[in-house]
Write a protein that binds this ligand. Structure first.
Ligand code: ZN
Length: 562
């Protein structure tokens, strides 16, 4: 069904609440697994219906924020989602404590119960005020970041509009753009410290109320980490330090040479080539046509998928007045339709929409064959495997977008994928330190970041920058404020994507089949089980990071850019 034809009606949350309460009672009083199974089916049916309406309202609001009708609908969901969550939790609590659990696990799989139990551990009505406070604080951070109105190039720019200037081939323009950014952060430094301090406090308070020693454990549970913990993550970070950090030093050295600089500093970090980073050619229409050709040629599945997206108006990528900023991919359950939202701006980021976001969306499309609602989506590191690997699988078609700059694009893409991992590990390490020591003062937090940054990104030189040079870099990383412990996911996923890249170099077709197999299984298994069953190495395994580095470095050399 075309997106414009999907009907929207506001779900009556009170009526929904009554129905869920009745179903919860049915589970509690059931005399057989069969009765409970039926109640469960009715329950997911209701959840899907509400989620379908919420998603349609959300999309229609973001594609036109000036539409008053959907603006009100968005408010309605903002207000009622916590109410709904509470009811859903009650249902699952009854469901996992069923005396017929063994029979239910046989029908539904054990993972559903493991995940539901994790969610239950992370929730108690006593923390509702804390959750509300946490939401308020993260919104305050997002608003503060969005409030930037920087005078630059005769215009008023927000932080993302400043980005192209920070990538300018003219070093003086870069320098000025970075200085503007520093000014904004320095002016708001106290506010940023204050918001974060309150967040650490409220998260620690929640953890204590739920019976945990500190927020680290709760943070892992809230990320639904069901197959690894801090010990495994620490081992992974050690491997990164041993193999990936030295590789990133070599990459940085080459980049400095390519830029013709004696000394490269943080203002040179976004730039790879003296005459500027490669940009896609063509109008948005031409880019979409090229995207269609690319997915037609890649495989039968991608061809069907991309045509389905285009035919059903499930891509909204052009910027226009009233459209919300940013980009996302979402899924409309009852219509089994993924949806991609983006704002094309003429940078290589536009192509990421067609590769990265499409990797997420393809997974949504393939998951239509999975019947159990909870298994349609895996944990987030596995989701990022779908998207980050697709960036590599589509590389053979980049000529359609980058023309004679294709080799440069491939180099930049691979090099930045590699240097990203140590940065992501620093973000994770920092959060471990912060939440294990919740009483640190803001200045101590900055010292901690400086120390960690130096371990993972020893090449960084901040000149005499008064904010970023003093341990403030993490305050520009949204995830640290909004979703703690969600960042290592990107690093773990990137190692799998790079693993696919190595496999591709040997046998593209076989690597693609492996990828399809991984994506088709969606959330039916834990991350580690997904890897094992698809014949992929776990990033926690010793030697895995080393192997990836060796393959990738060979590929960089082969591109022969410098
Ligand atoms: Zn993603």
């Amino acid at each position: 069904m075309k997106f414009s034809e999907m009907t929207y009606t506001r779900p009556d949350i009170e009526a929904v609440g009554r129905e869920i309460r009745i179903l919860t009672e049915r589970v509690k009083n059931a005399c057989s697994a069969d009765e409970q199974f039926k109640a469960y089916n009715d329950f997911t049916g209701i959840c899907k219906k509400v989620e379908t309406m919420r998603t349609i309202a959300h999309i229609r609001h973001t594609v036109n924020t000036e539409d008053e009708f959907y603006d009100k609908e968005k408010d309605y969901f903002d207000e009622n989602t916590p109410v709904m969550e509470n009811l859903v939790t009650d249902f699952y609590r009854a469901f996992v404590s069923s005396r017929f659990r063994k029979e239910l696990e046989e029908r539904l799989g054990a993972l559903l119960f493991i995940n539901a139990e994790l969610d239950l551990k992370a929730f108690d009505p006593a923390i509702i005020p804390d959750l509300q406070e946490e939401n308020r604080l993260t919104s305050e951070y997002v608003k503060l970041m969005a409030s930037a109105q920087l005078d630059f190039d005769g215009k008023k720019l927000n932080l993302s509009q400043l980005r192209p200037y920070m990538e300018s081939p003219d070093r003086n323009i870069r320098k000025e753009a970075f200085r503007k950014r520093t000014e904004f952060f320095a002016e708001n430094g106290d506010k940023l410290d204050e918001i974060f301090d309150k967040l650490v406090r409220v998260r620690t308070a929640m953890a204590k109320k739920l019976g945990f020693e500190n927020y680290v454990e709760l943070g892992y549970i809230r990320m639904r980490r069901n197959c690894y913990g801090p010990v495994e993550v620490k081992a992974f970070k050690e491997e990164v330090k041993k193999h990936m950090v030295p590789l990133s030093l070599r990459i940085e050295k080459t980049r400095r040479k390519m830029l013709g600089l004696k000394k490269a500093t943080f203002i040179d970090a976004p730039l790879y080539f003296r005459d500027g980073n490669p940009k896609p050619h063509g109008t948005p229409e031409e880019i979409f046509e090229a995207g269609e050709k690319m997915y037609d040629e890649l495989s039968k599945e991608t061809s069907e998928f991309f045509r389905f997206m285009l035919e059903n108006e499930l891509l909204d990528c052009l910027s226009r007045k009233g459209k919300a900023p940013g980009g996302y991919m979402t899924y409309i359950p009852d219509h089994e339709s993924p949806f991609i939202f983006a704002n094309f701006n003429g940078t290589s980021g536009d192509i990421d929409v067609l590769t990265h976001e499409a990797g997420h969306a393809l997974n949504g499309y393939l998951a239509k064959d999975i019947e159990i609602y909870e298994y349609k989506q895996p944990t987030l590191e596995a989701c990022e495997v779908h998207s980050m690997s697709m960036e590599f699988f589509t590389l053979p078609w980049m000529k359609l977008f980058f023309g004679d700059e294709t080799e440069k694009y491939k180099y930049m893409h691979l090099a930045s994928a590699l240097v990203f991992i140590p940065y992501g590990c620093a973000v994770d390490e920092f959060q471990h330190v912060i939440y294990s020591n919740p009483d640190m003062r803001p200045s101590e937090r900055k010292d901690a970041w400086k120390r960690i940054e130096n371990e993972f990104q020893p090449y960084l030189d901040y000149e005499d920058d008064e904010f970023f040079g003093k341990g403030g870099r993490w305050q520009a990383q949204t995830h640290i404020y909004s979703v703690p412990f969600y960042y290592i996911d990107y690093c773990l996923a990137q190692t799998i994507a790079l693993q696919f890249r190595n496999l591709m170099a040997e046998d593209y077709k076989a690597a693609w089949e492996k990828y399809l197999d991984f994506s088709k299984k969606a959330g039916t298994m834990t991350f580690i089980d997904l890897l094992n069953s698809s014949g992929l190495r776990s990033p926690f395994e010793e030697g895995c990071v080393k192997e990836i580095c060796e393959g990738a470095e060979k590929a960089l050399k082969k591109l022969n850019i410098c």
